[in-house]
Design a protein around this ligand. Structure first.
Ligand code: AMP
Length: 414
């Protein structure tokens, strides 16, 4: 069952009022399906990318259920836990809980690595209803006896696929031992594979399945372009896209920290306000960079995949990939930063011959071809787009077809 308006959902007047103030006219598809399911107490397996409104899809019904079952015990026991893969996502989910729950009187705390544990312990001492945490730091707190999950009723995994990619399985198993079996579990993931289904079988009981976009596909509002360009001209093309085409503010992805630093420096020299965003930055520096980017004083963020995971940046129209990511699923995550909540987005990926294996993997995951084109003035040197002798079978056939197409007259590579 799903509903077309917030008024039809059984959310209390306080939450409805907050949604009106936020200007949310109607639920997004994931909200329309997930909110009634969660309110009914069912477990949920939801396939939804960032940008679909998935955070409100679980935060709103959780707030509602926690309000309905008021808690007189002092200090308040943690009743809902949201597990997230990264610090940035933890901060964003926490902000969302505060935003949506401002009239509810419920409290929320945040626990993640890289910052002082003492301040987090202090925040927990007063008692909280909802805890947002990354798995590693949460385990630290549990081992130190700083918190208990013995009264947990609701467990949410946000971006569960990413948690598995980042190798959190052991932490998840250790955490489950400290969480009551009698609970509601909600699992959100942008992509689904065998590992994820295996995890869902361990975690969920008779889950309701909700999927808003077809599995492993990209949101329809995003236009994807792949520009074939020589590797040594990629930075120049990005500079051109930003300065001449005006594709800014933009989030640019680099596979490596070094690549992110180099590009940010080059853009800086070209008079573009750009900063690198990766794991070498301290938590404080990351938060400052994000604030500047959100405020619009920073035009370009050049990020690595891990650092950029779960960034919630509004009104982002442009995502540019310096190259395809190592993990094809990351392509879906990267371009999901744009085209949010119905806005149009443009995702540009620069492709040079050495990226061919990554392109094929991405096409396999998306089950679609990503046609390449040339950008006028940055046409590739066709002699470099040679098939590699190692390639055989299907890959070689594809590569030969690509080369044939490159010899054609049209601007499209294939
Ligand atoms: P999320 O997928 O949770 O990262 O949300 C993406 C963005 O959509 C967030 O900035 C939300 O504030 C916004 N949003 C969520 N739900 C709605 C809605 N029903 N109407 C308009 N905007 C929304």
């Amino acid at each position: 069952m799903s509903f077309a308006s917030f008024a039809e959902l059984a959310l209390s007047p306080r939450l409805q009022q907050t949604l009106r103030e936020l200007g949310y006219a109607q639920p997004t598809p994931i909200q329309a399906s997930a909110i009634p399911t969660i309110l009914a107490g069912c477990d949920l397996l939801a396939g939804a990318q960032t940008g679909t409104g998935k955070t409100a899809a679980f935060v709103l019904p959780l707030l509602e259920r926690l309000m309905q079952h008021s808690q007189d015990e002092r200090p308040r026991p943690i009743r809902a836990l949201v597990l997230v893969p990264t610090r940035e996502l933890a901060v964003q989910v926490h902000e969302s809980v505060l935003r949506y729950g401002k009239e509810t009187g419920l409290t929320c705390a945040l626990v993640y690595g890289g910052v002082s544990i003492a301040a987090q312990v202090e925040a927990l001492r007063a008692g909280v209803d909802i805890l947002v945490a990354t798995p590693g730091r949460l385990l630290d707190h549990l081992r130190q006896g700083a918190l208990s999950l013995a009264q947990l009723r609701h467990l949410v995994f946000d971006e569960a696929d990413r948690m598995l990619d980042m190798g959190f399985m052991d932490e998840i198993k250790a955490l489950l031992k400290q969480i009551p079996a009698e609970r509601q579990t909600l699992l959100f993931s942008a992509t689904c594979d065998d590992n994820l289904f295996a995890l869902s079988r361990v975690l969920l009981r008779d889950p309701v399945l909700v999927e808003v976009a077809t599995r492993n596909t990209t949101a329809a509002e995003i236009e994807q372009r792949v520009y074939a360009v020589d590797g040594d001209r990629k930075q120049a093309l990005i500079e051109h896209l930003l300065k001449v085409k005006g594709y800014a503010p933009a989030l640019i992805f680099s596979r490596t920290r070094q690549g992110a630093d180099q590009l940010a420096q080059r853009l800086g020299k070209a008079g573009i306000n750009a900063l690198a965003f990766h794991g070498d930055l301290s938590q404080g520096a990351r938060e400052k960079v994000l604030l500047e980017f959100r405020a619009g004083t920073l035009q370009v963020l050049v990020a690595t995949d891990v650092a950029a995971r779960g960034l919630d940046i509004l009104d982002l129209n442009y995502v540019i990939n310096l190259e395809f990511p190592h993990q094809p699923e990351d392509y879906v995550h990267r371009i999901g930063r744009t085209g949010r909540a119905g806005n149009k987005g443009l995702a540009i990926t620069l492709f040079s011959p050495e990226d061919a294996p990554q392109l094929e993997k991405v096409e396999a995951v998306l089950d679609t071809r990503l046609p390449q084109q040339w950008f006028p003035g940055f046409e590739p040197d066709l002699t470099r787009f040679e098939p590699e002798p190692r390639r055989s079978g299907k890959a070689a056939q594809k590569q030969r077809a690509r080369k044939q197409a490159l010899g054609g007259k049209s601007g499209k590579v294939r």
